[in-house]
Design a protein around this ligand. Structure first.
Ligand code: ADP
Ligand code: MG
Length: 231
């Protein structure tokens, strides 16, 4: 059993209710949830250096405690393939934020490894007023947002229950593989569900987790975005 997290303590100490994407991903990493590699750039020059270290293509995203939905304000650039694009992307993101959310405090811009596109799933956690902490699973996009095709479990739960969560959604055949689509690594998803459950049981201050999206492959899975809210 893990008690206390320096990241959560710092966020609480600063009176913030929400972890930055970088902080959320660090906490995820501590729980063996695979996340995209990232570096925090404070200048165009930083960004170019990090992009070369990480390797093209890269993704760039605004990092701000005041921006929750990054793409809504033009804060995400994907598929960046060269140094000039990094510089242009950096400037474009800054301009977009100044235009769409002029009062946002900007920490910097993260440069991230670009995860190859694949089936997108969502893992979330909330504190239900009746059941307490619950973990949610569904496929990305319309499956969760429109069709509400999701599975829930009260934490903590077993590995078998994590597997059941995956197979009980209606969209499960998509994960199982069809036509020329290879099967997705459901074991990797089950591991993320278990880790999310552990995060909720270890840290009662966590109110909400949103790993959206997680890209799932034939082998492995990777969270490209992470949001964690505390009480
Ligand atoms: P938002 O705050 O808008 O949810 P995200 O970090 O989820 O921002 O980025 C928006 C979209 O961009 C994601 O849904 C995903 O499709 C894509 N994306 C973001 N980061 C990456 C990445 N590192 N690799 C691949 N695709 C990414
Ligand atoms: Mg997202």
């Amino acid at each position: 059993m893990k008690v206390g997290s320096p990241i959560l303590a710092r966020v609480q100490g600063e009176g913030r209710k929400s972890l930055l994407e970088t902080e959320a991903k660090e906490l995820c990493r501590e729980y063996c949830i695979p996340v995209t590699k990232f570096e925090l750039a404070k200048s165009e020059t930083d960004a170019v250096r990090f992009a070369n270290e990480i390797g093209y293509p890269v993704v760039m995203k605004i990092l701000s405690p005041d921006v929750i939905h990054k793409s809504d304000v033009g804060g995400v650039e994907i598929g960046i393939k060269g140094d000039d694009d990094v510089r242009r992307g950096y400037r474009r993101i800054m301009e977009n934020i100044k235009k769409n959310n002029p009062r946002a405090r900007i920490v910097g811009i993260t440069v991230q490894e670009m995860a190859p596109s694949s089936t997108e799933v969502i893992v979330g956690a909330i504190k239900d007023p009746q059941f307490g902490p619950v973990v949610m699973f569904g496929l990305g996009g319309i499956f969760v947002e429109v069709l509400k095709d999701v599975a829930f479990r009260v934490v903590p739960f077993t590995g078998n229950e994590a597997s059941d969560m995956i197979s009980e959604i209606k969209a499960y055949p998509i994960l199982k593989g069809y036509r020329n689509m290879p099967p997705a690594d459901t074991k990797a998803i089950a591991d993320i569900l278990m880790s999310t459950s552990r995060l909720m049981t270890d840290h009662t201050t966590i109110k909400e987790i949103d790993l959206n999206p997680i890209l799932v492959y034939e082998k492995g899975a990777k969270a490209v975005d992470a949001r964690i809210v505390i009480e």
